[in-house]
Ligand binder design. Structure first.
Ligand SMILES: Nc1nc2c(ncn2[C@@H]2O[C@H](COP(=O)(O)OP(=O)(O)OP(=O)(O)O)[C@@H](O)[C@H]2O)c(=O)[nH]1
Ligand SMILES: [Mg+2]
Length: 364
């Protein structure tokens, strides 16, 4: 596939654009309703909306990630004297009943997200949260919103013939593609006896990625290729004597450290390179190569790459991340008694927010 025109969707541009929270597509300046006539939150046309969509196979961890990411954002906002709030009642109700209650009150796993065509598809509308006012690099103080779409893995494993309902992916500011390390047979073998047996649902991540690229057509929004359930890989340091134990036990590695409440692009770059090596070591070369081929650096794509120390590094269009929403494997339906201990969950979203100085001291 040839590379798209990078100017077609200037999703990384710092210039102000009014975005439709339902389709993620640009709206005319000053718009007060979405393309399909729904009223937008007050002051929307002057605000900046960061539009993020989840992708990944079934059971790759998208919904748990969504639940925990919002909680983490709330905590981070508190440190800056800001609050993260649902921007409409629908977001408030759906976040509470489908994400917060099961995970944080009942401490149990969530059911699989229904396909978008189902009557009870609560994810058909995005979750919209206000992030408070921040001064961007243009010196303008604005309200910022996070518009977040959880997606059913089923819809990405078997996309409907007409993918127009998934066209929002084309206009996203960020797609977080989750890759479940437990899909790798070798890793499951090493983890036997170290973590409770996990169910094996979910399709091939390569197929999901190909389907996603088909939905994207020529658009190439920023892609965060993210190893989910990273706690499982961290446990490999206990698989004594194995090469995996050496790799995961390496105290010098960026992935051994949580990013805490800081987001440091240099640390992220280091992590990016480590995760690429890990994926190759997991024999996920094909996945890495598919991404390189469709998103990779070529001399005619000026936005797509960079070099450091003679090595091609993190492209501006795609980056590797590692996250754990739970911090520990659940036992059956029940989450760990130790509670939820997220790891690097905010890194992907902060990679786009930080460019606008949101949750950065410089923008506070
Ligand atoms: N060890 C571990 N397991 C996790 C983590 N996050 C999710 N899981 C497991 O993965 C299962 C699936 O998570 P979901 O978030 O429901 O997956 P999903 O991607 O939303 O799946 P669909 O809705 O079917 O697309 C959970 O029930 C957990 O058992 C994590 O951070 N660590
Ligand atoms: Mg889900």
């Amino acid at each position: 596939m040839t590379g798209p025109s990078m100017n077609q969707y200037p999703t990384n541009s710092l210039s102000h654009q009014v975005k439709d929270p339902y389709t993620f597509a640009p709206l005319p300046p000053g718009a007060t309703t979405s393309a399909d006539g729904r009223p937008l939150p007050h002051g929307w046309a002057d605000a900046r909306a960061h539009c993020v969509a989840m992708a990944g196979a079934r059971a790759s961890g998208k919904s748990l990630y969504t639940a925990v990411m919002i909680k983490q954002l709330e905590e981070l906002a508190g440190q800056f004297g800001r609050v993260v709030e649902a921007a409409d009642n629908s977001t408030l109700d759906r976040y509470r009943s489908h994400y917060e209650e099961p995970l944080y009150q009942e401490m149990r796993n969530m059911p699989a997200t229904p396909p978008a065509s189902a009557n009870d598809a609560y994810q058909r509308d995005p979750l919209i949260f206000s992030l408070g006012r921040w001064t961007g690099p243009d010196g303008v103080n604005r309200m910022n919103y996070l518009v977040f779409r959880d997606v059913a893995g089923e819809d990405l494993e078997n996309p409907p013939a007409d993918t127009s309902n998934l066209a929002f992916f084309q206009h996203a500011d960020l797609i977080i593609f989750l890759f479940d390390p437990l899909r790798v047979a070798q890793i499951r073998t090493y983890l036997k006896g170290i973590i409770p047996a996990q169910s094996l649902t979910g399709g091939d991540p390569e197929d999901v990625l190909r389907n996603l690229f088909r939905i994207l057509e020529t658009a190439r929004p920023k892609l965060a290729v993210t190893i989910s359930k990273f706690d499982t890989l961290q446990k490999l340091s206990e698989a004594s004597g194995s090469r995996w134990a050496q790799i995961m036990g390496n105290n010098g590695a960026a992935f051994r450290r949580d990013s805490g409440w800081r987001y440091d692009p240099d640390d992220q770059l280091l992590l990016h390179m480590e995760i690429e090596s890990l994926l190759r070591y997991m024999e996920a070369d094909r996945l890495v190569n598919i991404i390189g081929q469709d998103y990779g650096w070529t001399p005619n794509q000026p936005h797509a790459g960079g070099w450091r120390g003679g090595q091609q590094v993190s492209s501006d269009r795609w980056q590797y991340f590692a996250v754990s929403a739970l911090g520990e494997s659940p036992r059956g339906e029940q989450l760990s008694r130790h509670g939820i201990a997220p790891y690097r969950v905010l890194d992907p979203v902060r990679s786009i927010l930080s460019k606008h100085l949101v949750f950065e001291a410089a923008g506070a």
